[in-house]
Design a protein around this ligand. Structure first.
Ligand SMILES: *Cc1c(COP(=O)(O)O)cnc(C)c1O
Length: 405
């Protein structure tokens, strides 16, 4: 009975009928995953360089997380934040021991983490900065899909459909500290940035940018909020991307890679920003034992197995191989990124064509923009698997250059 349901051949048709039209999905129904690989309902196997959208850090169904989930599911799944529960305290401790932050709040997604961070910054503004509430964010950023995070996200295409948006967000150019200085007023309580812009194009700022922003925030007494939802938990080759830029955020947000696919988000703050009082923020599911057990197992493994160190190596290997492809194909204009967050920019709008051709050959990649492909594979991907991906990409690009008739 169950097997039959799994191989129902109308899943995609059903989806078209049943869902609000928010996703343009590729014509594949995934049913199973292991490590860096996934299988569709026809039994076809794919090497996965999307990784659940930069989520499946330890690959699909990593044994340490499955084990933690099994154990926790049999013990206590949800208990409410009216009581103490152990997995969330263990997770808090490992995050705080391994970051520059002192306190944490758990929620269920990235957007929610950023909402919480902004609420905390506004409380701080009210109490410490004469009621300041504006948050400066950047163009091409991405901070989530709630109304406030749509206002924070400096991209017209996300904002236009939903005007009027909540106020209190000023969008300025990225990688230009002068624009932040110029936008800072007595109403400003913080600056919110991604250390590397993910959805906006894998935009890596100049090495000095975050340091200059940090210095400006300190001078003005305003908060530096780093959105590490995509860059955090090992993705860029250190546990948190801020480490590579020698800065310390006052508030940091996490989600994507934190729970190996079990929904969880978090925002962390320095002690001096810890201004909430009981009742000012909360969550029903946030910090629930099941999600926290998965996240604790994930973070523990990532730290103990030095996954960030491995990401640095395999990321460099991957980027070098992509650099060779760039030499080979003149329509590749740039390879950029850090660790295992890498983008390939193309001279034409052929990203969709490439992604679909890769799919046919058993490789999943993300079309980030019409002219940009993004790679955000599981952090445990091996050099052999990278070779495999590069071989498929090379075949695909070769065919696009010389289409068979
Ligand atoms: C994905 C992402 C978000 C939003 O996370 P959700 O879990 O989808 O709400 C916010 N900020 C950044 C940098 C992201 O990459």
């Amino acid at each position: 009975m169950e097997e039959q349901a799994l191989y129902h051949d109308n899943w995609q048709e059903l989806e078209q009928k049943l869902f609000l039209r928010t996703f343009n999905r590729f014509p594949v129904t995934l049913v199973r995953g292991k490590g860096a690989w996934v299988w569709d309902d026809q039994g076809k196997k794919y090497l996965d360089l999307v990784g659940g959208w930069a989520v499946d850090s330890l690959g699909h169904c990593p044994p340490v997380v499955v084990e933690a989930l099994e154990k926790q599911a049999k013990t206590l799944i949800q208990a409410s934040n009216q009581f103490y529960t152990i997995p969330q305290i263990q997770l808090a401790q490992i995050l705080i021991q391994n970051s520059c932050l002192d306190r944490v709040f758990f929620c269920n997604s990235g957007a929610e983490a950023n909402e919480g961070a902004v609420k905390l910054a506004r409380r701080y503004g009210k109490l410490r900065l004469n009621g300041a509430y504006d948050i400066i964010t950047t163009h091409s950023s991405f901070h989530g899909r709630t109304l406030a995070m749509t206002a924070a996200t400096g991209q017209n295409k996300f904002q236009q459909p939903y005007i009027p948006l909540p106020t209190g967000f000023i969008n300025v150019d990225y990688n230009d500290v002068e624009k932040i200085r110029a936008a800072t007023t007595a109403r400003t309580c913080g600056v919110m940035l991604e250390p590397i812009q993910g959805e906006g194009g894998v935009n890596v700022p100049d090495d000095s940018y975050l340091g200059e922003v940090e210095k400006w925030c300190h001078e003005k007494g305003i908060l530096l909020i780093l959105d590490e939802i995509q860059t955090g938990i090992g993705r860029t080759g250190t546990l948190f991307a801020y480490e590579q830029y020698n800065v310390e955020p006052d508030i940091m947000t996490l989600a994507k890679g934190l729970g190996s696919g079990v929904p969880i988000g978090a925002f962390l703050a320095k002690e001096h920003v810890s201004v909430f009082t009981p009742g000012e923020h909360g969550s029903t599911f946030g910090g629930n034992p099941l999600a926290c057990a998965a996240a604790y197992a994930t973070v523990k493994y990532i730290i103990e197995d030095d996954i960030p160190g491995k990401v640095k190596q395999v990321g460099k290997y991957f980027a070098t191989k992509l650099g060779s492809l760039k030499q080979q194909f003149d329509f590749i204009t740039q390879v950029r990124g850090r660790g295992l967050l890498i983008a390939l920019e193309l001279s034409g709008e052929i990203a969709e064509e490439i992604a679909l051709a890769c799919l046919k050959r058993g490789l999943l990649v993300n079309k980030l923009k019409p002219n940009t492909i993004r790679f955000m594979p599981p952090l445990i991907i091996t050099e052999r698997e990278v070779d495999k991906a590069i071989a498929i990409l090379e075949d695909t690009l070769e065919e696009i250059r010389n289409p068979k008739h």
